[in-house]
Design a protein around this ligand. Structure first.
Ligand SMILES: Nc1ncnc2c1ncn2[C@@H]1O[C@H](COP(=O)(O)OP(=O)(O)OP(=O)(O)O)[C@@H](O)[C@H]1O
Ligand SMILES: O=c1[nH]c(=O)c2[nH+]cn([C@@H]3O[C@H](COP(=O)(O)O)[C@@H](O)[C@H]3O)c2[nH]1
Ligand SMILES: NC(=O)CC[C@H](N)C(=O)O
Ligand SMILES: [Mg+2]
Length: 526
C-alpha cells in the first residue's frame, strides 16, 4: 500500500497497545475510505502530531490500565486538538486519562454480549437500541470523565460507550472492528466521518499487482525460490503471486509430515498441479516428524518442533532442487503463505501477547537461513480469497477450509502417535464427508475434530463395556479467524456424524460438540 501525499488524504493513526486486532482496525478505517497507519504506543505524542493525523484511534491490549508496567498514554494527546477514539483498553485509557475511573469490577465479558443503547448521541446514531457486540475484557470503566455522555451499557458494564463530541472524543468498551460485532463499521464511520470529520477519499489499490512488483524486486533477476505449499488457499495464492513475479525460478515443495488428513496428499498431488501448473516436489517426511514429536505433549513445544522440522525439510529439498537447476544456481528465498493472524497470534506486535506460536512465524528455528518472501503477511483470509479469485484460482482452492500447518498434530490432545493419528483421520474424514453431504461447506469456516487422546470414558456397545476416547467436534463460523462463533450445525447432521464415528471408529465411544466462541476460546485446541 503506497503512502498518500500529506495533503491529499486525511490520516488516521492507530496506536497499538499490544492488541490482537490493530491491523484489523487499520483495515476497517481504510474500508471507510480513510487512510490509516499503525504506530506503536511507545511513539512520543509529538511524533504522532508531526504526522498530521486527523484522528487517533487507541487500540485494545492485554494489560490493565492500573497495572504498574501497563503501557500508558501521555495525556498531552488530549490537548492536541486531534479527535480520539478508544476501543477496549483504549477506551479504558481515555477514561483514566481524562479524569474518569477504571476498576477490576469482576464483571468479565468475552465473546457475544448484548448492549443497550441508552442515548445514541452521534456515535451510536441510527443503531438499534439492543444489539450484539463482541467483548473481551476483565476491567471496566466505572465512571465516565466529566463532560462525557454515557451512551450504552450491558448487564454488567454500566459505562460501555461514551462521547464528548465538542472535543472530538469517543470510545467503546467493545470491539467494533471485528466481524462478529453488529453495526461495528457504522460506529467506526460515525466517529471517522461525523465526529472527526475525515474525508472519504482513500481507495484500496490492487494488492496482487503491488505484491508482484515488490517480490520481483526482492528476488531479483537471478534469484530462485521455493514455496512451502500446503494445498491451502494462502500458499496457493502466495505461489501464484510469486510465479507471476519470477516464473519458473519458483519450485513448490509440499511436505507430507504424516499429520495430514485422510486422502489429502493424494489430492494435492493430483488436483493442485492440474489447477495451477506449478512445479511441485512432494516430500515424504512422516518418519522424521513423528520421531521428533515422540513423547511430546506440550502444545507450544509441539509447535516449535513442527516449525523446525518444516525448515529442515525445506533445506533438504533445496539441496535436491539445486542439483537439477542450471549451473551456479542457488536458492535462498522461502515463500510462505503467512497471513496477519499468524503473525499477531505468534506475538508479533508491539507488546502483543503470544497466544500460540504458528509454525510459520513463532515456530521458525533461530538458525533460519532462508530469506522469507511473504506476500500476504499484512492480509486477512477474506482479502486473500479475493486476491485468489482475482488471480483466477479455482473455487475448490479459494474456498477450501483452512487447515493449520501443524495439522492433526495440534488436534491430538496428548502425545502424537501414528496410531492416534489414524484414529483421528478416520473420525475427521467422517465429519467432513457428512458436512459436505449436507451442503454446509460454505456456511462453515472450519470444522476441526479433536481427539482427547489421554481421556477415556466408559461406554456400552453391543451389550459390552467399552473404555474408549472422546472426540470433540469444533465447527465454527468466521471470516478472518480473528473472532469466531460456534456453528449451529443442524441436529440431524450432528446425529449422523456421531452415529457414524462411534460405529465406524472402534476406539471412539463418545462424540461431543464445542460451543465456545473466540474469544474466549481459540479455534484450535492447542
Ligand atoms: N504440508 C505443508 N507443506 C508445505 N508447506 C506448508 C504445509 N503446511 C503449511 N505450509 C506452509 O505454512 C503456511 C501457513 O499454513 P496455513 O495453513 O496457515 O496456510 P495454507 O495452508 O496455505 O492455507 P489455509 O489457511 O487455507 O490452510 C502455508 O501457507 C505454507 O506456506
Ligand atoms: O498454518 C497454521 N499454522 C499454525 O501453527 C496454526 N495455528 C492455528 N492455525 C489456524 O489459524 C486460525 C486461528 O487459529 P486459532 O483460533 O486456533 O488461534 C485457524 O484457522 C487455525 O486453524 C494455524 N495455521
Ligand atoms: N481487549 C482489551 O483491550 C482488554 C483490556 C483489558 N486488558 C481488560 O481485560 O479489560
Ligand atoms: Mg493450511
Amino acid at each position: 500500500m503506497t503512502a498518500p501525499g500529506n495533503s491529499e488524504h486525511d490520516l488516521v493513526l492507530v496506536v497499538d497497545f499490544g492488541a490482537q486486532y490493530a491491523q484489523l482496525i487499520a483495515r476497517r478505517v481504510r474500508e471507510a475510505r480513510v487512510y490509516s497507519e499503525i504506530v506503536p504506543h511507545t511513539m512520543p505524542v509529538a511524533e504522532m502530531v508531526a504526522k498530521g493525523p486527523k484522528a487517533i484511534i487507541l487500540s485494545g491490549g492485554p494489560s490493565s490500565v492500573y497495572a504498574e508496567d501497563a503501557p500508558s498514554l501521555d495525556p498531552a494527546i488530549f490537548e492536541t486538538g486531534t479527535a480520539v477514539f478508544g476501543m477496549c483498553y483504549g477506551f479504558q485509557l481515555m477514561a483514566q486519562g481524562l479524569g474518569g475511573q477504571v476498576d477490576a469490577t469482576g464483571a468479565r465479558e468475552y465473546g457475544r454480549t448484548r448492549v443497550h443503547v441508552g442515548h445514541a448521541g452521534t456515535l451510536l446514531g441510527g443503531i438499534p437500541t439492543e444489539h450484539n457486540v463482541w467483548m473481551s475484557h476483565g476491567d471496566s470503566v466505572t465512571a465516565a470523565p466529566e463532560g462525557f455522555e454515557v451512551l450504552a451499557s450491558t448487564a454488567v458494564t454500566p459505562v460501555a460507550a461514551f462521547e464528548n463530541v465538542d472535543r472530538g472524543f469517543a470510545g467503546v468498551q467493545w470491539h467494533p472492528e471485528v466481524l462478529h460485532t453488529e453495526h461495528g463499521q457504522k460506529v467506526l464511520e460515525h466517529f471517522l466521518w461525523d465526529i472527526a470529520g475525515c474525508g472519504q477519499t482513500w481507495t484500496i489499490g490492487n494488492i496482487a499487482d503491488e505484491q508482484i512488483e515488490r517480490i520481483r524486486e526482492q528476488i531479483g533477476p537471478d534469484g530462485r525460490a521455493i514455496c512451502a505449499l500446503s494445498g491451502g488457499v494462502d500458499s496457493a495464492v502466495a505461489a501464484a503471486i510469486v510465479q507471476k513475479a519470477v516464473g519458473d525460478r519458483l519450485t513448490c515443495v509440499y511436505v507430507d509430515h504424516g499429520l495430514m488428513r485422510k486422502g489429502e496428499t493424494e489430492q494435492i498431488e493430483r488436483d493442485f498441479v492440474a489447477a495451477t501448473g506449478t512445479k511441485l516436489v512432494v516430500v515424504d517426511a512422516e518418519k522424521q516428524f513423528l520421531e521428533a514429536l515422540a513423547g511430546v505433549t506440550d502444545p507450544e513445544t509441539k509447535r516449535k518442533i513442527i516449525g523446525r522440522e518444516f525448515i529442515r525439510t525445506f533445506e533438504a529439498a533445496e539441496v535436491e532442487i539445486i542439483k537439477s537447476a542450471p549451473e551456479g544456481a542457488t536458492v535462498s528465498f522461502l515463500v510462505q503463505g503467512t497471513l496477519y493472524p499468524d503473525v499477531v497470534e505468534s506475538g508479533g506486535g508491539a507488546g502483543t501477547s503470544n497466544i500460540k506460536s504458528h509454525h510459520n512465524v513463532g515456530g521458525l528455528p533461530e538458525d533460519l537461513e532462508f530469506e522469507l518472501v511473504e506476500p500476504l503477511r499484512t492480509l486477512f483470509k477474506d482479502e486473500v480469497r479475493l486476491v485468489g479469485e482475482q488471480l483466477g484460482l479455482p473455487p475448490e482452492i479459494v474456498w477450501r477450509h483452512p487447515f493449520p500447518g501443524p495439522g492433526l498434530g495440534i488436534r491430538i490432545i496428548g502425545e502424537v502417535t501414528r496410531e492416534r493419528l489414524d484414529i483421528l483421520r478416520e473420525a475427521d474424514a467422517i465429519a467432513r464427508a457428512e458436512l459436505t453431504a449436507a451442503g454446509l461447506d460454505r456456511d462453515i469456516w472450519q470444522f476441526p475434530v479433536v481427539l482427547l487422546a489421554d481421556v477415556r470414558s466408559v461406554g456400552v456397545q453391543g451389550d459390552g463395556r467399552t473404555y474408549g476416547h472422546p472426540v470433540v467436534l469444533r465447527p465454527v463460523t468466521s471470516e478472518d479467524a480473528m473472532t469466531a462463533d460456534w456453528a449451529r450445525i443442524p441436529y440431524d447432521v450432528l446425529e449422523r456424524i456421531s452415529t457414524r464415528i462411534t460405529n465406524e471408529v472402534r476406539e471412539i465411544n463418545r462424540v461431543t460438540v464445542d460451543i465456545t466462541s473466540k474469544p474466549p476460546g481459540t479455534i484450535e485446541w492447542e
